[in-house]
Design a protein around this ligand. Structure first.
Ligand code: GDP
Length: 191
């Protein structure tokens, strides 16, 4: 709705954030196939469309949300474009990221292990005040669950992360994920 106007304001003041209109870089991390692209498409376009993957990987997508206190947050969402294997690129990818969303698949213990690897990488190379979320995706496949909810909760708590289980397929908790991240962002003081 007002995302166009917000974009204009940011351009006029050189992109500097103000207390009411935040603009943040968000990076997605996690094994290939856990649903990162589907989460982004569900959030930005309201669709579940696994075939659009290539488009998402090519660049970043952005989406603005309004919070109850009339703050708006524009997420600039970076997907790894399948480059999770090239560890050398990672520090470039994290640079300037205010938010990291680390995703695993609740039916895949391997992907949960890999998520823990990414969290350690972020702790080494990411900004010290980065907001981190741990996301157990494909919650609709609970009949094939292999990672207990409690494991996600415990790991997130130990590492100061926000935790949520989502389904990009059914849209469950997708908007909540981004709203909860927005609430946790440090607010620049207005001058
Ligand atoms: P990425 O490699 O992490 O970006 O994963 P994708 O977004 O390309 O998704 C990989 C596969 O998982 C696709 O075939 C999707 O259809 C499927 N997928 C993604 N999210 C979900 C979900 O929440 N539930 C189910 N059942 N399948 C999902």
């Amino acid at each position: 709705r007002n995302s166009g106007r917000l974009g204009g304001l940011n351009a006029e003041n050189g992109g500097a954030p103000d207390a009411k209109n935040l603009r943040v870089k968000l990076v997605l991390l996690g094994d290939s196939g856990v649903g990162k692209s589907c989460i982004v498409l569900r959030f930005v376009r309201g669709q579940f469309d696994p075939t659009s993957k290539v488009t998402v990987g090519a660049s970043f997508l952005s989406q603005t949300i309004a919070l109850q206190d009339s703050t708006t947050v524009k997420f600039e969402i970076w997907d790894t474009a399948g480059q999770e294997r090239y560890a050398a690129l990672a520090p470039l990818y994290y640079r300037g990221a205010a938010v990291a969303v680390v995703v695993y698949d609740i039916t895949s213990p391997e992907s949960f292990n890999k998520a823990q690897y990414w969290v350690k990488e972020l702790q080494k190379h990411g900004s010290p005040d980065i907001v981190m979320a741990l996301v157990g995706n494909k919650a609709d496949l609970h009949e094939n669950r292999e990672v207990p909810v409690q494991d996600g909760i415990d790991y997130a708590e130990k590492n100061g992360m926000f935790f949520i289980e989502t389904s990009a397929k059914t849209a469950d908790n997708i908007n909540q994920l981004f709203e909860e991240i927005a609430k946790r962002l440090p607010r620049p003081s207005s001058s």
